[in-house]
Design a protein around this ligand. Structure first.
Ligand SMILES: *Cc1c(COP(=O)(O)O)cnc(C)c1O
Length: 616
């Protein structure tokens, strides 16, 4: 395998394995790394004598304390072995979790021994530099040429940072008018509130640092004009972190507007346009729009390209909105479309390239033109949430954000001297530009290592994401053709939509049942049997998750699905909620047709037993 052509990446070498097949490699490597850390300690200042002597180690209290430590760790092991979820197994379809990458686990464990704190370069020169490089990886993955990014504790914080950027951005023109009106002369307040991010940044960068600081000091960060910034529009499928973010940033929940989704659970662009025009007619600006790529409950993908088109069209009419893509779940999927030089692969070559790299086992249309066009449009957004601890297969806690223009950092930036001294010349600096303070250097090491072992393009992550998409398609086809006969009751299996990504939602219903509450009860009971609720999860042979689509979040968007199952509109209005079973197919092993076939049998049997226990 040469540096340039990595068509031969073998993912089976990069996981510990469901049955610990690669335990030998894991242990051998861990052992070597531990030796290196111990040696590192030993060799620092060899003139310093050990402070814990063999004599000390022979004392009664030492022995007793050490034994006690062992027994507490035994307790820990008992607790973990009896109360952990078998997320590594191909039988686990619960949350966005699966077997994580062995290189990331090794890197995390190893780097943890150094306890680097990426709050400041001086406390973690090695891992701070890695985080800077990972930030560049995020930017490149998402198509930003002049971008920047960093790791955050999770996607929720990354989203909050996205709203932080949008809020400050929207408020800056009003602050400019107050501090130096000639910067924005001739503009009405409405025009000021509809200036593009690029225009605002250009003006801010053109003034002296003192003036810029004064403008920032009169922006939303100081609480100015908070009631003028307008609405933050999110799709009905939004992650609930958006509500927290609106709460904490002072934007306020009343300024969060839900945009309807279509029958595929994708943001409805016509509805979005109507919402924005109705607001504009009342001179209410749009603080920003969120597009979700990989919705948390459905795995669906919003039409980012169409939203960008709408933004450009409205901009001609003097209406502008900031665009954030919440791709906490879906961002790594962009590696399916990048060649080894990070160029976006032309659509008509995609299948050939995927075949060359062995991205999919079957020669099928796994990637629709629709999904392709969405990923292509990513670089048009101002900021993007990226979660390595989801489709990056990296252990928690690793979220992330990337921004289109590196200098956008200045609109949220702080310069606390105790962590960052401009005169120090530190090559990488983070804390002035992020929500968090102290943070694990080990996380950066884990993400950095994963990205180096699996490049963020078709030759690396693309293959891994391809496996999950192929497995999800197999699972979808499996469910579509499934039904059960439980003591004379025919139980239908009804998938929600054809998945855009790798999540499959479905419901069970007893054939002929037209009582929605009864169907909801069946699916809730099934979930209880397929989760921690019904006894120890370690003994459970099939695990999935559950969600409710209710009118207070989804409006009437579930109606087409509910009606397709034979329920009346009245029935929906009466119950106003449909319970859904949800499988996140992240497992890197069920892409394979034979593996899938053997697990399909086991899963079918497990489902049948659970349904029998409920209905029998
Ligand atoms: C998971 C998710 C989040 C939140 O990410 P965490 O890392 O769990 O905080 C935000 N948005 C979407 C679409 C998600 O799927």
């Amino acid at each position: 395998m040469t540096e340039k052509s990595r068509t031969g990446l073998n993912l089976d070498a990069l996981f510990i394995g469901d049955k610990s097949e690669n335990a030998d490699i894991f242990k051998k490597t861990m052992d070597k790394l531990i030796d290196e850390h111990m040696g590192w300690r030993l060799n620092y200042m060899p003139q310093d004598k050990p402070l814990i002597t063999e004599n000390d180690k022979g004392s009664e209290t030492f022995k007793k304390t050490s034994q006690h430590m062992q027994s507490v760790l035994d307790d820990l092991s008992v607790r973990l072995r009896s109360n952990s979820v078998p997320w590594h197994s191909p039988r686990y379809f619960g949350h966005m979790n699966s077997e994580t990458l062995m290189p990331a686990i090794l890197a995390y464990s190893y780097a943890m021994l150094w306890n680097g704190n990426n709050v400041a370069y001086e406390s973690s020169p090695g891992t701070s530099q890695m985080e800077e490089e990972v930030g560049q990886d995020f930017a490149t993955l998402n198509g930003y040429k002049d971008g920047w990014g960093h790791i955050s504790a999770d996607g929720s914080l990354a989203n909050m940072e996205g709203l932080w950027y949008a809020r400050n951005m929207k408020s800056l023109p009003l602050a400019m008018k107050k501090i130096k009106p000639e910067l924005v002369s001739g503009k009405s307040d409405w025009e000021l509130l509809n200036m593009s991010a690029e225009e605002v940044l250009e003006i801010l960068n053109s003034v002296d640092p003192e003036v810029a600081a004064d403008i920032k000091a009169h922006s939303a960060r100081a609480g100015h004009n908070m009631d003028k910034l307008g609405k933050w529009i999110v799709p009905q499928t939004k992650h609930y972190s958006w509500l927290k973010a609106a709460d904490v940033t002072g934007v306020g929940l009343d300024n969060v507007v839900s945009c309807p989704v279509d029958e595929h659970y994708r943001l409805d662009v016509d509805a979005l346009e109507k919402i924005i025009r109705d607001l504009a007619a009342k001179e209410i600006p749009v603080l920003g729009v969120v597009a979700v790529v990989g919705s948390t409950e459905e795995g669906q993908i919003d039409p980012v390209d169409k939203i960008v088109e709408l933004r450009d069209k409205l901009q001609q009419e003097g209406i502008y909105f900031y665009l954030h893509i919440d791709a906490a779940y879906g961002s790594y999927g962009r590696s399916l479309f990048l060649d080894e030089d990070n160029n976006f692969i032309p659509y008509d070559e995609l299948k050939t390239v995927h075949q060359k790299y062995g991205v999919f086992q079957e020669n099928k249309e796994y990637i629709s033109r629709y999904v392709y066009d969405v990923y292509k449009a990513f670089p048009e957004a101002q900021s993007i949430t990226v979660d390595p601890h989801k489709m990056g297969y990296v252990p928690y806690a690793a979220g992330g954000i990337t921004i289109r223009h590196k200098n956008m950092r200045d609109i949220i930036g702080y310069f606390p001297v105790y962590v960052y001294d401009k005169r120090s010349g530190a090559p990488a600096t983070l804390t002035p530009y992020i929500l968090e303070g102290s943070k694990a250097g080990a996380t950066a090491a884990a993400v950095w290592t994963a990205h180096r072992v699996l490049p963020l393009n078709v030759s690396g992550y693309g293959k891994l994401i391809g496996r999950s998409i192929e497995a999800a398609q197999r699972y979808y086809e499996f469910l579509k053709n499934l039904s059960f006969n439980i003591n004379g009751n025919e139980v239908e299996v009804n998938p929600l939509t054809k998945p855009d990504f790798n999540m499959v939602d479905w419901t069970f219903n007893v054939k002929g049942n037209t009582n929605l509450a009864k169907m909801n009860e069946l699916n809730l009971k099934f979930y209880q049997k397929a989760s921690f609720v019904d006894g120890p999860v370690y003994n459970n042979d099939f695990l999935t998750s559950h969600t409710d689509f209710a009118t207070d979040g989804y409006g009437d968007s579930p109606v087409p699905y509910v009606k397709s199952l034979g329920f009346s509109e009245d029935e929906w209005q009466k119950v106003q909620s449909v319970g859904i079973l949800r499988a996140c197919i992240l497992t890197p092993f069920l892409y394979d047709r034979d593996n899938f076939a053997s697990y399909a049998e086991k899963i079918k049997k497990a489902i049948e037993e659970k349904l029998t226990a409920i209905l029998g």
